[in-house]
Structure formats: structure tokens, C-alpha cells
Design a protein. Structure first.
Length: 367
């Protein structure tokens, strides 16, 4: 292996996806105490404070700074775009948890509702749950909720093959996926107010075939970028999903980035593309690799499990018979094994990212 290539690959490995804290924090016990006092304690799967990474000696953490990561700003505001409600944890759940634990202000923006990918039986089950909830806690007109439940069941039972769901059923399916996404994000330690649902209009057709991207889609993405002004953006770069939703979501992001690329706040912003649900990056394209320990990989799996409607057999699994968590783990482990074979440190699993330059997008990354 060429020594220069080896060093390039070695430089992609980091335990600090948001950049290592400044030396003033690393080298001063007084600063460390101050940081600990002012940081909220992580929740969900995140149990470590950012300074625990500095003070503990865990061999799977590589504290070297990746040259692609800007260490000047700490902590960072991070915005993770997720095309479907589960793509964030499937593709970069370990990195998401790491960013939260290391003290960054992490936001997740779910671009579409994912409502067509819910089984009808789940709709019946949740409709029944709502009726029983109202009945048990005496929250209202039980008869009205029972009628609603009966209407939902009737519309599902009478639906013909290929026929669209009623608006009522689609709303319930969307709510199922929304609450699953919120549960997974909160498990990863994301604050409730940092969880955003964009409901991009192009997706809301009620069928597998989506509407064309519109100005409204771009504006929704633009608005959240302008509101949050992130230092780091993460977006899905795996464009092999069966219905093209990932591609459309990325185009909406790129269109919005074209509008903000000359804004002052964007000068300090980096855009990272992830893969995992449908494909993985080739090693020569990778700019950043985040290693995971066995425990971190397990935390990621549990985050994926929060999406119960996608467990066992998802409505749209593609040609791969494995569950999404299995695909994700196998790809993460394969990346780790590849790095190990090339003589680099051995890890349980790794998540890989490619840096995207909106000002030179033609030469930035193969899409």
C-alpha cells in the first residue's frame, strides 16, 4: 500500500465528528470543570458528557483531528437531514449519538412523512389504542372515537388493490412514523425542540409515484437552514432507494444550498454526505470515518428499533431481504474490516462520510 495513500486513509479516522475541543479546554482542568458545569447532561442512549471523552482512556476513540473538520468552532450547531423518518439512525446513528455526547447542538430535520411505508394493520392497532386510551383516562366522547376507529377499519377493509388510502388513514400512518422518529431521536439524546418535521410537498402524493420537486420544497429547506445556521450539515448521499426519495431530498438540499452559499454564516459550514441504508461509499471517496465500539453499535441498533413499523418486514424493503438494522451493521462492519485489512486500526464498525462542496459540486463527490 502506497504510504501516502495509507496516511490519507489514516487521516479520515476520527472520534470527533464535530472537531476536537480547543486546547484551552483540553489542557486546563479548570476549563474542564467549567465545561462540565454548564453542559446539560445527555439523555437517552447518550450517557457521557463531552469531557468524558477527554478524561477517559478508551482505545476505540481516536482523538486526532481530521483535516476536513474545522476545530475552531466548539461546540457546533449541527443539522442532520433525514429523507425518511429512519434514515438518520440507520445511516449515521453512531455519529449522531457521538455528536450529542460531545456537546454539540444537534438538530434533526425529517424531510418526508414516510407515510406510505406503514402496514394497514398498524393503523388499526393504533386507532384501537387511541380509543382505549380515551376510554381508560375518560378524556372525551368515547363513542366518537369508536366511530372513528370503525371508519378507519372499514376504509382499510374495503380498499382495493392499488387504491389510495383515505386522507384519514394517511394521516394516521404519518403520525406513526412521526412519533417513531421522535422516539429514536430522543433516545439518541436530541433535545425535543431540535426535532423538525419538514413534510416536503413533493412526497405527499399518497402513492409510490411522487410529485415533481417544486419551489415550495426548496423554500422549506432554505428556511430551516437560515433559521438554524448550522456549522455542519449531514445529508443522505445514498441514492439507490427504490422510489428515488433520497435523490429528490438531496436535490432540494442542493437547491437551497445554492441560495445560502454566499451568506456569511455559510463560510463556517461544512456539508457531509452519509450512506448506509442502500449502499456504502467506496474507500477512495471517504473523507471521514467515525469508529464505533460494540456498545455504540448496540446503541445505534436500539435507536433503529424505535421504528417499529419498519421492523421485521418493511413495506418497501427493496431487493435486499435483510432488515434495515442488519444492512446498516453489515455495511458498518465491512468498512471497519476494509480499514483493518489496509493496516489501519481495528474497530467493531465504522460510519463513513464524504465532504460535499456546493461551490464545486461537479468535482466534489460522485452522486
Amino acid at each position: 500500500l502506497n504510504i501516502n495513500l495509507f496516511r490519507e486513509l489514516q487521516a479520515t479516522i476520527t472520534g470527533w465528528p464535530g472537531g476536537k475541543p480547543p486546547k484551552t479546554i483540553l489542557n486546563s482542568s479548570q476549563e474542564l470543570r467549567g465545561v462540565k458545569e454548564h453542559l446539560p447532561h445527555p439523555t437517552g442512549a447518550s450517557t457521557r458528557l463531552p469531557t468524558d471523552y477527554i478524561l477517559s482512556d478508551q482505545k476505540y476513540i481516536t482523538p486526532g483531528i481530521n483535516p476536513c473538520i474545522d476545530p475552531e468552532v466548539y461546540p457546533k450547531t449541527v443539522l442532520i437531514f433525514s429523507p425518511h423518518p429512519d434514515d438518520d439512525v440507520i445511516s449515521m446513528g453512531g455519529t449522531l449519538i457521538r455528536l450529542v455526547e460531545q456537546g454539540h447542538d444537534v438538530h434533526v430535520a425529517y424531510q418526508t412523512s414516510g407515510d406510505i411505508a406503514v402496514w394497514d394493520d398498524d393503523v388499526k392497532r393504533f386507532s384501537n389504542f387511541v380509543t382505549e386510551f380515551v376510554k381508560n383516562f375518560k378524556l372525551g366522547d368515547v363513542k366518537a372515537f369508536e366511530n372513528h376507529e370503525n371508519d378507519v377499519e372499514r376504509s382499510i377493509d374495503n380498499k382495493k388493490i392499488g387504491e389510495m388510502d383515505t386522507q384519514q388513514v394517511m394521516q394516521i400512518k404519518g403520525l406513526i412514523r412521526l412519533t417513531e422518529a421522535r422516539a429514536a431521536a430522543r433516545y439518541c439524546g436530541v433535545q425535543k425542540g431540535n426535532i423538525h418535521f419538514l413534510q416536503l410537498p413533493f412526497y405527499e402524493s399518497g402513492t409510490v409515484k411522487k410529485k415533481p420537486l417544486s419551489e415550495e420544497d426548496t423554500k422549506i429547506v432554505y428556511d430551516i437552514l437560515e433559521r438554524i445556521k448550522p456549522h455542519q450539515i449531514y445529508a443522505a448521499g445514498d441514492l439507490s432507494d427504490p422510489h428515488g426519495t433520497h435523490r429528490q431530498c438531496l436535490i432540494a438540499i442542493i437547491n437551497a444550498l445554492e441560495r445560502v452559499k454566499d451568506h456569511k454564516w455559510f463560510n463556517k459550514c461544512q456539508v457531509w454526505l452519509y450512506r448506509g441504508a442502500w449502499q456504502e461509499w467506496d474507500p477512495e471517496d471517504i473523507d471521514m470515518v467515525i469508529p464505533m465500539s460494540p456498545q455504540e453499535l448496540l446503541q445505534k441498533r436500539y435507536a433503529i428499533f424505535k421504528h417499529q413499523s419498519q421492523k421485521d418486514t418493511a413495506p418497501f424493503p427493496g431487493s435486499d431481504p435483510r432488515e434495515f438494522w442488519q444492512r446498516s451493521e453489515d455495511r458498518n462492519k465491512s468498512t471497519a474490516k476494509l480499514y483493518d485489512k489496509l493496516g489501519l486500526p481495528e474497530y467493531e464498525a465504522c460510519e463513513a462520510f464524504v465532504l460535499f462542496n456546493i461551490k464545486d459540486k461537479e468535482n466534489s463527490v460522485p452522486l
